[in-house]
Design a protein around this ligand. Structure first.
Ligand SMILES: N[C@@H](CCC(=O)N[C@@H](CS)C(=O)NCC(=O)O)C(=O)O
Length: 245
């Protein structure tokens, strides 16, 4: 594969980005933001059926062997970690996050880190509990703890929307936080081994998801991820190889 800095620059439109992903994996979040920004990007499929993300070649991009990776022309290393990529894109393009000096910046950052290192991290464990504990009784204990933590995570976000007045997490303006939250809400309903997160317990999050589903860029990203129907409010799993489950 060519280095991204060797990518040809076509006419006025330069390809700055190369996104590595697999349908309905965390690249969904990055793709939604890239589509919102209207940025051109190349998509490189990673075959999860053969655990391509664990290959030596892929680990050169992300030593964790996790999806997604975003290669950015001009950056001295590939980007990984969904939250970091979202913030990078928002800052670089001055959109989908409050400006660094704005009064909402702190709220943006704290919820971005919360979604990334608490909600998304807990969901990841709930998708593959056998990676963390082996025996049945430990799995049951883990199930109880995670079900409570995930419900509490969504509840805290629900309360934040109530405090800001919504419809989005920070208030009236959509940010990358909403795309990240939407993907987590989708996966929590579909892929948890300990049951499905009940969306009806969080009417404000549900309304946020309804609003997000109306956005053309979000619909386009979902189409490209092979996600059909209502992606967040009433999701169904993708049926291609390599999905999250
Ligand atoms: N903290 C990472 C988590 C990424 C992650 O969990 N990726 C999943 C797909 S959604 C993955 O690569 N799973 C494959 C595996 O665990 O081998 C991030 O936010 O990017």
């Amino acid at each position: 594969m060519k280095d991204i800095d060797e990518a040809p620059v076509k006419d006025e439109v330069s390809v700055h980005y190369r996104l590595h992903g697999s349908p309905d994996s965390a690249n969904l979040v990055v793709r939604m933001v890239l589509e919102e920004l209207g940025e051109a990007y190349e998509y490189v499929p990673v075959d999860r059926l053969i655990s391509e993300q664990k290959s030596e070649t892929y680990r050169k991009l992300n030593p964790q062997g996790l999806i997604p990776v975003l290669e950015v022309q001009g950056q001295d290393a590939p980007l990984f970690e969904t939250g970091a990529i979202i913030q990078y894109l928002a800052d670089r393009h001055g959109a989908f996050a409050p400006e660094p000096a704005s009064p909402e910046r702190g709220r943006f950052l704290k919820w971005l880190f919360f979604i990334s290192n608490t909600l998304h991290a807990d969901l990841r464990i709930s998708f593959k509990p056998h990676r963390y504990v082996a025996d049945r009784s430990s799995i049951n204990l883990l199930a109880d703890a995670l079900t409570g933590r995930i419900a509490s995570g969504f509840q805290q976000l629900e309360q934040e929307i109530a405090a800001t007045g919504g419809p989005y997490l920070l208030g009236r303006k959509v940010t990358g936080l909403d795309h990240y939250l939407a993907a987590c809400a989708r996966w929590a309903q579909l892929y948890g081994r300990f049951g499905s997160w009940p969306i009806d317990t969080s009417p404000r999050i549900k309304q946020l998801l309804v609003e997000l589903e109306k956005r053309p860029a979000v619909r386009q990203a979902c189409r490209l991820e092979m996600i059909e129907g209502s992606p967040f409010v009433s999701p169904s799993p993708v049926t291609l190889p390599g999905i999250t489950a």
